[in-house]
Design a protein around this ligand. Structure first.
Ligand code: NAD
Length: 505
């Protein structure tokens, strides 16, 4: 049952409990609406150019101190942040639901992801090691050492309003880097709440320098200020490919590092041997979860000729029966779209799909309260990969196509301009291994018998081509946040030159 007219109070209570009501209810110019009903839940102040400059200068001053703190001690701050997140998980998870419209289970999952990456970063704080490398010269030792990089700017998207910050910030902080965060203009409240939790952790830590973490609320101009500032050494930017096209070249022009996490157009292949029960669950979650508003959402499904007739009716039934509604209700699986522009994008894509030979099932407005935008996820049978299939529409639309040979399906998977995530459903080990091999999927993520969405923090997350090439979170992603030095030490009494070069004076 959707409750209308109560969200502002609910948000205020939550923000009070999270200790951030003053900043979040400051009556500033930016209106914050909840996608659940479209109600205004807050007005927040935006950062102006002076605020950006001040935050970056403070972060740089913090860097000069923080880089000298031993990494395991830096990890202690992140451990305390993880504790604060654990204590606030229920409230912060619900705030994610109010502000971004994700189901409560997903809101809580997002906070769990933040806790997980904090744990990961604490361990990492004792493992920031480099290699010792065989030197070709006698009495020489060659090694690499890793050092803090400088101020890290984080620009994040609305659909993971807090987890993306934590993937970056937990690693950056143990690596010795301060973080200046520009959250999505659609989700500033969760960012302010996370900053309050960070400040609590910093107070308990004792002597963390001021400016180690800050939030700049605002639109693209604030992001542009971060991108342009010479003291920001790395910008980790998550959002659309259009945003990356502006941010990437601007960073390259001043030789700053870019970590780009951009759009996806993710595919799955269901093979003749696929377990269709498992495939159905994997496809349904990946395509309809988060109302199709994940970068890893499944958007293209290739069904082998031999499973098409058996599988499609089951998928259609799942689409027709999925529970749509208030994301705070425990039995809801599909919540609202973020805003009217998302609906326009979806309607435009469905019209284009029809023009390009598609047969659309679903996709119509579903009942919803107030100005909340609820839609039935759309399943579209397409004759092939027409232009609309190859563009990312950030809404719950799944294009379904047939294939007859695995090579053809892999080529179709790889034909998208984006290269984030992909999956194959098969019980044939040759097909599974082919998909994960050099001649298989060209994406940053290639899964077997799992849909393309819902990654764990332990792996490196990111994708190729128009997805931007960045990697964050697990594996060796931490290296992006550090400066690598190769040190060669001569402990002998002569000076032999590399490659046998002679220069005797
Ligand atoms: P968006 O591109 O509209 O905005 C993302 C962020 O970039 C916002 O904070 C915005 O203010 C900022 N921004 C926009 N233009 C900018 C510019 N020129 N300079 C600096 N900052 C700028 O994206 P969105 O609608 O919030 O999110 C949806 C998009 O994000 C989808 O394309 C989705 O695939 C992508 N996404 C990717 C990942 C990933 O990890 N690859 C994760 C989440 C979302």
């Amino acid at each position: 049952m959707i409750r209308v007219g109560t969200l502002e109070r609910e948000a205020r209570d939550l923000l009070n409990r999270l200790g951030v009501a003053d900043a979040a209810m400051s009556g500033g110019a930016r209106r914050v609406a909840s996608p659940i009903t479209g109600e205004t839940i807050a007005h927040v102040h935006e950062a102006g150019p002076d605020d950006c400059a001040r935050a970056i200068a403070a972060a740089h001053a913090a860097f000069l101190v923080w880089r000298q703190e031993p990494a395991p001690r830096r990890g202690e701050l992140v451990r305390l942040l993880g504790e604060e997140l654990r204590a606030a998980k229920a409230d912060l998870g619900l705030l994610v639901t109010l502000e971004a419209g994700k189901t409560l289970s997903e809101g809580l999952g997002e906070v769990q992801e933040m806790i997980d990456i904090c744990d990961y970063a604490v361990g990492l704080s004792r493992q920031l090691f480099g290699l010792t490398i065989a030197s070709e010269r006698p009495d020489h030792r060659m090694m690499e050492t890793w050092h803090p990089l400088g101020v890290v700017g984080v620009i994040s998207a609305f659909n993971f309003p807090v987890a993306v910050w934590s993937w970056n910030a937990a690693l950056a902080l143990v690596c010795g880097d301060p973080v200046v965060w520009k959250p999505s203009e659609k989700t500033p409240l969760t960012a302010l709440a996370v900053q309050a939790l960070f400040e609590r952790a910093a107070t308990r830590f004792g002597d963390a320098p001021a400016g180690l973490s800050s939030v700049l609320v605002g639109g693209r101009e604030v992001g542009e200020a971060l991108v342009a500032h010479p003291l920001v050494r790395l910008v980790s930017a998550t959002g659309s490919t259009a945003m990356g096209r502006a941010v990437g070249p601007a960073l390259a022009a001043r030789f700053a590092r870019a970590l780009l996490e951009l759009g996806g157009n993710n595919a799955a292949i269901a093979c003749p041997s696929a377990d269709l029960d498992l495939t159905l669950r994997g496809v349904a979650f990946a395509a309809m979860g988060t109302a199709g508003q994940r970068c890893t959402t499944l958007r293209r499904l290739f069904l082998h000729d031999s499973v098409y007739e058996a599988f499609l009716p089951r998928l259609k039934a799942a689409y027709a029966s999925v529970r749509i509604g208030d994301p705070r209700d425990g039995d809801t699986l599909v919540g609202p779209l973020i805003d009217p522009a998302a609906l326009e994008g979806m309607e435009r894509a469905l019209a284009d799909a029809r023009d390009q030979g598609g047969v659309v099932h679903g996709g119509e407005r579903a009942e919803g309260p107030g100005e909340g935008i609820y839609v039935r996820p759309a399943l579209v049978e397409m004759p092939g990969q027409t232009p609309v299939v190859l563009r990312e529409t950030f809404a719950p639309i799944l294009y379904v196509m047939r294939y007859s040979a695995l090579e053809e399906a892999v080529a179709l998977n790889n034909a998208a301009p984006q290269g984030l995530s992909s999956a194959i459903f098969t019980n044939d080990v040759r097909e599974a291994e082919r998909f994960c091999s050099a001649t298989g999927s060209d994406c940053g993520i290639a899964n077997v018998n799992i849909g393309p969405s819902g990654a764990e923090i332990g792996g490196a997350f990111g994708g190729e081509k128009e997805t931007g090439g960045g990697r964050e979170s697990g594996s060796d992603s931490w290296k992006a946040y550090m400066r690598r030095a190769t040190n060669t030490v001569n402990y002998g009494r002569t000076l032999p030159l590399a490659q046998g070069v002679k220069f005797d004076i």
